[in-house]
Design a binder for this molecule. Sequence first.
Ligand code: BGC
Length: 483
Amino acid sequence: MRYEEDENIRTTRPTGESFMSAVSTPIATPAHARATAIFTCILAALAGLMFGLDIGVIAGAQQFIQKDFGISDNTLEWIVSIMMAGAAVGALSAGWLSAHLGRKRSLILGAVLFVAGSVLCGVAWTPGVLIAGRFVLGLAIGIASFTAPLYLAEIAPESIRGAMISLYQLMITIGILVAALSNAALSYTGSWRWMLGIIAIPGALFLLGVAFLPESPRWLMMRNRQSEAEQVLHRLLGSNDAIEREIGEIREQLKTPQRGVHMFFQNANFRRSVGLGVLLQIMQQLTGMNVVMYYAPRIFQGMGYATEAQMWFTVIVDLVNVLATFIAIGLVDKLGRKPILHIGFILMALGLGVVGTMMHLGIHSHGEQIFTVGMLLIFIVGFAMSAGPLIWTLCSEIQPLKGRDFGIGCSTFTNWAANWLVGVSFLSLLNGIGNAATFWLYAAFNVVFIALTIWLVPETKGITLEQIERNLMSGKRLRDIGR
Ligand code: BGC
C-alpha cells in the first residue's frame, strides 16, 4: 500500500511519472482490455509475492541450517543478511537495467535469478554456497522491488492503477505468510533444503508468466518505438480514444527529463528531500520489524516455546502483518500520515518495551508466554498499520518530479542497506547485551521516531504533489511542505 490515491492526486513509488493522468476524467476501458490489464498486473504483482517468500522463508529454516552445518550465530547472521546486501546492489543496478534492457527483460532477469538462487540455496553443500545463493536471491529481490512497482504504475489503466499498486504491497506480506506456512508444514521433517528450494517452483511459474507480459508502453515511447507502444496499449486499453490520450500523456511526461544527480549537487532544497527520504527508510528499518520477520522463531524460543509452536506462532505473526496492512489502506486518506505514524510508533515502542521487560523478568507461566506473544503482536500491528506502508508512500510523495527517480532510488537503496544492518547485528546484539536490552534498544528507537515524526515529517494528505514540490523548493521547513 505504498501509494496514495485521492480525488486529485496519485503517487506511486519508484516512478518518475507525473500525476497528470489522475486529474483528467477517465475514459471507460472495455471489459476484455480491463481483464487483460488486471491479469498483467497480477502477474507483475507476483514479484511482490516472490519478494515476501524470500523474506519469510529464512525465519523458519535457520535453526535447521545451524544444526546441520554446525555454524556459529555470526555465520548465521551472514546467511540471513547477505540477501539484503544483494538486494541493495540489485536495487542500485535496477534503475540502469530497467532503462536499458526495458522493464520486461529486467523482470525476466529477476525471475531467472529467483529460480537460480532458490535452487542454489536448496542444494548448498557448504555455508559459503548458501551465502552465495542468498546473495543471488537478494539481487533478484532488489531488481524486482524496483522494477515491478514501476512497471505496474506504467501499465495499469488509470481506473485501477492505485489498487494494483496496493496489491503489490499486499503480496509482499502474503508472501511472508505463505513462506511461514510452508516452513511450519516442513518443520516436522526438519528439511531446510526443501524450505528454501521449494521457492524455485513459484519462481519458475513467475518466470513463465513474466515471459508473456507486454513491454511497458512508456518505456517503448522512451525508446522511440511508438507503434509497438500503440500495440501494447491496444491490448490494455481497447478504445482508440483512450490510446490516443495515453500516448499524449506519456509524451507530456517524457518532456520532464530526470536530472536527479545534477539537481542533487545544485539544489540544497532537493538535498533536503533526499535526506528526508533516506532518514525515513532508516526509521522504518530501525523500528525492528525485520528482526521479527527474520528471527521470529528464535524470539519464540527465547520465550520458552518448542520448535513446532515457534513455527505456528510465526505464522500468526505473519497473518497479523497481512491483516493490519488493511488498517493502513483504510485509514491513510482519512486520518493522514502523521497521526497514523504516531500511533504506530507508540504501539511499537510499547510492544517491544514490554517484550523486553518480560524477558528481563523471566517468562515462567503459560499466561506470561501468551501475554508476551500478545505484546509482540501489538508491535506487528503498529508496524503494518503505519511505518510499513506509509514510509514508502511518503518517500514517493516528497521528491520533486525531476529528481523523483534519483530520490526514490536513494531511499530504496537505504531501505535495503539498513535492512542488512538490522539482519546482520541482531544475534550479536542478543549474545552481546542480552535479550531484554536488545528489545529495549529497539523500543527506544521507536520513542525517538515519535519525536522525529513530530519534528521533521510533513503531513501530505490531500495536497497535490505539485504543491509539495513548490513548498519544498521555496525553502519551507520539511514538516511544513505538505501545507
Ligand atoms: C519493509 C520490509 C519488511 C516488510 C514487512 C516492508 O514495508 O520495507 O523491510 O520486511 O515491510 O511486511
